[in-house]
Write a protein that binds this ligand. Structure first.
Ligand code: ATP
Length: 369
């Protein structure tokens, strides 16, 4: 395995460090290379990433672990767009996979729900829709100013993300565990967005016919937001477009305990894929050593699962869950640990060394469990 690591900016640097610590506690033959792309690099060199960098990642690495991108010194976020959107576009990472899985009752903000009620996976289309970058502004600064943002939907784009969601649903452990057919829900707004939404609606149900083992369901995106709060247990796999997926996955992050806990993957099966926490660089927290590293650590778990080590991913999830249960968390979850101590706590739960109770495990020292 060859892993590229791009910690990026702000708390991304701090949380990625903890994910690497956890990786070091696993017995894995893995080559790691860290790339310094982020605001510092951009301000120093004038380039977000060197020429040919994306090709190099695709050619030389199995996966990328990313931190977060964004820095007040680059107010238009140009370098962040170039790196993150560049990675997604260049590597054609069309599936943004965002699990919404609460690891402990204490982190679920809903009054009548338990952790076991919050366990679904959101598939967000990652390459088109409202984030196509197309559009125009006329009459800027005048009273008649008009901005047009083009929301681009292609049959190919919808078909492949729907197919990815159904394919995943067929092996989703929640449905397997409960011994029932997995449910795949698609959310759009084809009542008002008749063209793009209409295409989503038609293609989703066409693809569904080729996955008879799955139950299918449709909700409008606003109704899905309501359902996520009212009855999250009714959801297994949700597929939606780029914009709705972006918004709903923050709601999903809240359902599982907050942005500090939410992992994600930008995936294209068989290609170099990128895993990163859902949160951004959080400049308000950067440098304070208080950011929650669990989202990064769980993203590492997703990366390992993507590379065929679902067993290690589950170990990571269990270790993080045990930390939460024991109150070994950063302050966003009510604990008192620093970012680094929270990373150490996960390592200790994985069976790493615990010299001070929360000690650091040297690479490869952890017994497999
Ligand atoms: P982006 O636009 O890049 O998604 P953002 O500025 O909208 O970023 P984040 O950087 O994700 O949002 O942070 C929003 C807020 O959530 C932060 O100010 C912080 O309070 C909280 N937050 C985010 N990530 C974490 C974390 N890992 N630990 C604790 N709090 C976090």
């Amino acid at each position: 395995m060859r892993l590229a690591v791009v910690p990026g900016d702000g708390i991304g640097v701090e949380t990625t460090r903890e994910a690497l610590k956890v990786l070091g506690a696993m017995e894995l033959e893995i080559g790691i290379e860290v790339f310094p792309w982020g605001a510092d690099h951009f301000l120093k060199t004038g380039e977000a990433v060197p020429e040919g960098a994306f090709d190099m990642l695709a050619r030389d690495f199995d996966a990328v672990l990313a931190g977060a991108f964004g820095d007040p010194r680059v107010p238009d976020g140009r370098h962040a767009d170039e790196i993150l959107l560049g990675l997604r576009r260049h590597l054609d990472l069309f599936a943004n996979v965002r699990p919404v899985r609460a690891l402990h009752d204490s982190v679920v903000p809903l009054r009548n729900a338990r952790a076991s009620d919050v366990d679904f996976v959101l598939f967000r289309e990652n390459t088109e829709g409202a984030y196509s970058g197309r559009g125009r502004v006329a009459g800027e600064g005048t009273p008649d100013e008009e901005a047009i943002e083009e929301d681009v939907t292609t049959r190919r784009g919808v078909e492949r993300i729907c197919r990815a969601a159904f394919t995943f649903a067929e092996v989703f452990d929640k449905a397997l565990r409960l011994g029932r057919r997995p449910r795949v829900l698609m959310a759009d707004k084809h009542n008002v967005q008749k063209r793009g939404g209409g295409l989503w609606h038609r293609v989703f149900f066409e693809v569904a016919t080729t996955f008879p083992s799955c139950e299918t369901r449709h909700l409008f995106a606003d109704a899905l937001a309501h359902e996520m709060v009212r009855d999250p247990a009714s959801l297994d796999v949700v597929v939606t477009n780029n914009l709705f997926g972006d918004v709903l996955s923050d709601l999903g992050a809240a359902l599982q305990g907050g942005l500090g806990l939410a992992p994600s993957g930008n995936v294209h099966a068989g290609r170099t894929s990128v895993f990163e926490p859902v949160h951004g660089s959080a400049p308000d927290l950067a440098g304070k050593g208080i950011a929650n590293p669990f989202g990064s650590i769980r993203s590492l778990g997703m990366l390992l699962a993507h590379l065929g080590r679902a067993d290690l991913a589950e170990r990571v999830e269990r270790a993080v869950a045990a930390c939460i249960a024991a109150g070994e968390t950063t302050r966003d979850l009510g604990g008192r640990l620093s970012t680094s101590d929270a990373g150490d706590a996960v390592v200790a739960r994985l069976g790493g060394r615990t010299a001070t109770g929360l000690g650091r495990a040297p690479r490869g020292s952890a017994p497999a469990r």
